[in-house]
Design a protein around this ligand. Structure first.
Ligand code: HEM
Length: 123
């Protein structure tokens, strides 16, 4: 239950994070990397890293099976990497461009967890 609904909550927050990225970019009045309009996105990015860690801990405790465990580990690592990619984007734009791509992968992986963990399962 906790892994299934935790992943669904995580995915919902990722969608909000996409919105905050768009809002921050469209509302920027100067260079995007200095834009304070992206601060809510930056803050939620760190919240997501904490949520990914909590989801990982819940998954280790619930032991929902190998493929869910691997998916959540990858989810956690990619979410942590997101901050690094965004920071790298300041000096290496083609590396920074991987930031939204990885975000799309994170969203896709998040959707797999509730498909694989049954509604009435223990995880
Ligand atoms: C899982 C989804 C995402 C996470 C966890 C995430 C996380 C973060 C974090 C932590 C930062 C702050 C980095 C720093 O200042 O050190 C950031 C910045 C940023 N993100 Fe995201 N992000 C996500 C999705 C997206 C998407 C879809 C876009 C779309 C373009 C985007 C665009 C940006 C931009 C433009 C910045 C500012 C970069 C800068 O300050 O130079 N992010 N993100």
């Amino acid at each position: 239950m906790i892994v299934r609904y935790g992943a669904m909550l995580f995915g919902t927050v990722v969608i909000v994070q996409f919105y905050l990225a768009g809002a921050g970019i469209f509302a920027a009045t100067g260079p995007v990397k200095d834009a304070s309009s992206l601060d809510p996105h930056r803050v939620l990015g760190n919240v997501l890293a904490v949520l990914a860690l909590l989801l990982l801990i819940a998954t280790v405790v619930a032991r929902p099976g190998r493929r869910v465990m691997i998916t959540v580990i990858v989810l956690f690592v990619l979410t942590a990497v997101e901050g690094l990619l965004a920071t790298a984007g300041g000096s290496a734009p083609y590396v920074g461009a991987l930031h939204p791509v990885v975000a799309a992968v994170i969203l896709g992986l998040t959707a797999l967890v509730p498909i694989w963990v049954p509604r009435n399962g223990k995880a």
